[in-house]
Ligand binder design. Structure first.
Ligand SMILES: Cc1cc2nc3c(=O)[nH]c(=O)nc-3n(C[C@H](O)[C@H](O)[C@H](O)COP(=O)(O)OP(=O)(O)OC[C@H]3O[C@@H](n4cnc5c(N)ncnc54)[C@H](O)[C@@H]3O)c2cc1C
Length: 371
């Protein structure tokens, strides 16, 4: 019996390790298109970019020989009827399949220029780090978590930084206006310039030209306007959506002997009556484990409250549940923002409120009917 995992990063790695833990005999092949063995992405916008976390420290913990890892191998087509994956290095047959190909940054063609960078992989981070010097003028396009973290780290390295966001506030898709304003203050206090309600129309040798007509002088422009799931290789033979990726049930199932995990997918969740997308480290790790269990006959639903975190200017942001801009925000304390849809509590954002995490998670589990 052979399990093939496509995507050699967090979700795929965790799925492969869990499968090995449950079955010593199973043949496990992990196919990944990157040149590096599985590593953690969160430090790429923080400690690694700042130069305080060394490359060796990024590796995800593993057990030697747990699976056959095929690097530099890109899945190009899935043939579900023949149960094979076509890759740039040949055909790989499977009995069981984990789809864990993650997501890639949006790269608007209108912004193509040698000064433009994105950040997803280790090599992206190496390229960005090489440009961050005290004299660098960086523009980040998009005030999501990646853009804000890079802005904070670039300031730490002495660069001058200007954030441009199309919406009227920072983190417009992730949380509410009060928490967003508090985070904006951190950036302003650390000398980051903010322009909201404007877009970058073009990048030139001189910098970023805004749709308002003004030019922000820049040597480097980071485009961080969101990601899209890597589903092109699936050839539409499974249920997918361009934004949500592979549509899975709360066990990660998408077909007979086929599961998906991590940023490439959106799972059902018993706490909500809609698919729940959560592009966070903990979600990818958990779903990897659960997906393997589903394939190997011990299905366990995803019941964890979605959780993510971010570090900016030495402050910690923690997100529980689904805060989102469509929810009503209530500030409960200087550190705690609660989010309601109708009467129902659906999320929290904690700003330097780590002490609250356990209690707020429990409160949310009760509100969502998960305990
Ligand atoms: C810079 C950065 C900072 C982050 N910081 C945080 C944080 O502070 N907190 C937090 O909660 N989350 C954070 N995240 C999010 C978190 O890292 C992701 O949710 C997580 O990496 C998702 O894991 P994944 O395995 O699903 O996908 P990915 O990590 O995207 O891995 C997918 C892998 O599949 C490969 N692949 C894609 N297509 C193919 C193909 N056709 N064939 C073969 N291989 C393929 C990709 O190259 C990649 O190696 C951060 C992400 C980034 C990029």
């Amino acid at each position: 019996m052979r399990l093939v995992v496509v995507g050699g990063s967090l979700a795929g790695h965790r799925a492969a390790l869990e499968a090995r833990r449950r079955d010593e005999e199973l043949e496990i092949i992990v196919v990944g298109d990157e040149p590096d063995p599985p590593y953690q992405r969160p430090p790429l916008s923080k400690g690694f970019l700042a130069g305080t976390v060394r490359r060796e420290r990024l590796a995800l913990r593993s057990s030697p020989g747990a699976y056959d890892l095929r690097l530099d191998t890109r899945a190009e087509h899935l043939d579900l009827s023949e149960r094979v994956v076509h890759t740039n290095r040949g055909v790989v047959a499977f009995d069981l399949l984990v789809i864990a190909t993650g997501a890639s940054p949006l790269r608007p063609t209108s912004l193509a220029h040698p000064h433009v960078l994105t950040l997803r992989t280790l090599s992206d981070a190496v390229a960005l780090r090489a440009r961050l010097e005290p004299y660098t003028r960086l523009v980040t396009v998009g005030a999501g978590f990646i853009g804000l973290e890079v802005a904070a780290t670039a300031r730490e390295r002495g660069a001058s930084v200007h954030i441009v966001e199309a919406d009227r506030r920072l983190l417009p898709r992730a949380l509410g206006a009060g928490a967003s304003a508090a985070i904006a203050r951190w950036h302003e206090q650390h000398g980051v310039s903010l322009t909201v309600g404007a877009t970058v129309a073009e990048v030139t040798d001189d910098g970023a030209l805004l749709d308002t007509g003004s030019l922000l002088a820049a040597d480097s422009v980071l485009v961080a306007t969101g990601v899209r799931p890597n589903i092109g290789w699936l050839d539409h033979c499974l249920p997918t959506d361009p934004r949500l990726g592979v549509l899975a049930d709360e066990y990660g199932r998408v077909g007979e002997g086929v599961v998906a995990a991590g940023d490439v997918t959106t799972w059902r969740h018993p706490g909500w009556d809609k698919p729940v997308r959560s592009e966070h480290f903990e979600t990818a790790a958990t779903q990897g484990v659960l997906a393997a269990r589903t394939l190997l006959g011990s299905p366990t639903p995803w019941r964890d409250v979605p959780f993510g975190w971010s570090d900016q200017h030495g402050h910690l942001v923690q997100i529980l549940g689904l805060p989102g801009p469509d929810a009503e925000e209530e500030q409960r304390s200087p550190t705690t923002y609660a989010y309601y849809r109708g009467e129902r509590l659906e999320g929290f954002v904690l700003l330097d409120g780590a002490d609250e995490l356990v209690d707020r998670r429990e409160e949310l589990e009760v509100a969502l009917g998960l305990r």
